[in-house]
Design a protein around this ligand. Structure first.
Ligand code: UD1
Ligand code: CA
Length: 420
């Protein structure tokens, strides 16, 4: 799909969120909501993406992919003004512009692709996405004439009495021919009620100019959800969470109870791994095949598990690599650890990885056995096949040699493991 560039509107503060954080940076399943919109643009075949930023724009620049073109909107004067800021970048561009709002994270790739496909095939000047919803309040309504042709989009605040009932709303996704888009934008007047320039006014202008307008309607109205409030954010979270879990189950991961399982976007899990109830798996976690996780486990960013690993109840693992067939079945915390394969982490084992100033690493070799209720004060190194006796405290800087043993508080280190 050549000749497609995308503009993402993300300059707003999101007043209704009542937050110090710009709206589009609020996270859903470990990813900012604008991240989902960026993914959709990429999947639609967009060759270049411009993100219009304003409120705390520097924060957005820091958080988003540096390959994106950030365009500043100095004053938040509405969605039409936001798109107009990109005009300079598209001066010699004659293709189509896909416009997306940064606050619609539930759009799926097929629907955006369908919009672009229909736009190209129908040779329309503008094709936009609509949804038929139970509660249209807050959205722009799609106004059609007696021949069902679109003649305008009316913003919620400007609707006339009989228009309030219209259930077909503007999702805020448009595919528009560049030249006509910027031509129309120059002619949009300030909306006196809101003191803003409305992008939606391009529809009225195109209609009056006799230019062809097409629409695509989503089959799943929830796709059109714009996150304006914290309540919307929770709805988006629920939908995305369900989608993530469905994808894992399709790929062969067992999710015992989807209702109590929380897995972030961009997590990888191998087949036949079983996720038991009340488990939280955060972003940037990779899990191999045939593992068992939970119940009541929390895996935090930077965790890498091999195959056949078991992480049981009341456990937390953070920034840690664990080799194949290692078991950590009850009440434990591993942070900043490098753990080999076939290790047993006894109940209640804790890596004390933070000394109040810095975080340090704990290394545990292949086949090691860490007895119950041990504390490993990092940095420490436990050798291959070494044993830490139950209740031991292995103090900072200690190295237990391969096949060695550590027992007591503080632990005494013996070169040879005692066999009993
Ligand atoms: C907008 C649409 C409405 C549609 C709804 C769908 C307009 C005038 N209205 O309304 O028809 O039903 O989205 O969710 O377009 N933004 C800027 N600069 C600005 C103002 C907004 O970049 O000056 C960005 C915001 O960050 C946001 C997006 O544009 O990502 C939409 O703005 P928002 O204020 O949420 O528009 P709605 O009132 O929801
Ligand atoms: Ca919105």
């Amino acid at each position: 799909m050549k000749d497609l560039r995308t503009v993402i509107l993300a300059a707003g503060k999101g007043t209704r969120m009542r937050s110090d954080c710009p709206k589009v940076l609020h996270e859903v399943c470990g990813k900012p909501i604008v991240g989902y919109v960026l993914d959709a643009a990429k999947a639609a075949g967009s060759l270049k993406t411009y993100v219009v930023v304003g409120y705390k724009g520097d924060l957005l620049k820091k958080r988003l992919d540096p390959g994106l073109v950030m365009v500043r909107q100095p004053k938040l004067s509405g969605t039409a003004d936001a798109v107009r800021r990109v005009a300079g970048h598209l001066k010699n561009y004659r293709g189509d512009v896909l416009i997306l709002c940064g606050d619609t994270p539930l759009l799926t790739n097929p629907v955006i692709k369908e919009l672009v496909r229909k736009h190209k095939n129908s040779k329309a000047i503008c094709t936009f996405l609509t949804a038929t919803v139970d509660d249209p309040q807050g959205y722009g309504r799609v106004i059609r004439n007696e021949n069902a042709e679109v003649i305008a989009i009316r913003e919620d605040k400007d609707t006339l009495e009989h228009e309030r009932e219209i259930a077909e709303i503007n999702v805020g996704v448009y595919c528009v021919r560049s030249r006509e888009l910027f031509g129309a934008l120059r002619r949009i007047r300030l909306n006196e009620k809101k003191k803003e320039f409305y992008l939606t006014d391009i529809i009225d202008l195109f209609h009056q100019g006799g230019l062809r307008i097409e629409t695509v309607t989503t089959e799943e109205p929830v796709e059109g959800l714009g996150v304006n409030t914290k309540e919307d954010l929770a709805v988006a979270g629920r939908v995305i969470r369900e989608r993530i879990l469905k994808d894992f189950m399709r790929d062969g991961v067992t999710i015992v109870d989807p209702a109590t399982t929380y897995i972030d976007a961009d997590v990888k899990i191998g087949k036949d791994t079983c996720i038991r109830p009340f488990t939280i798996i955060e972003r940037d976690v990779r899990i191999g095949d045939h593992c068992v996780i939970g119940p009541f486990a929390r895996l935090r960013p930077g965790v890498r598990l091999g195959h056949g690993v078991e992480i049981g109840n009341f456990t937390e693992v953070s920034r840690t690599r664990i080799g194949n067939k290692t078991l950590m079945k009850h009440f434990s915390f591993l942070g900043d650890a490098l753990v080999g394969s076939d290790v047993n982490i006894g109940a209640g084992t804790i890596t004390a990885n933070f000394d109040g100033v810095r975080k340090s690493q704990t290394k545990i070799g292949n086949g090691a056995f860490i007895g119950s209720d041990s504390i490993l004060i990092a940095p420490v190194k436990i050798g291959n096949r070494a044993v830490v006796g139950a209740g031991s405290v292995v103090t900072k800087g200690k190295v237990v040699p391969d096949g060695g043993m550590a027992v007591g508080v503080p632990a005494r280190i013996k070169a040879r493991r005692e066999r009993g």
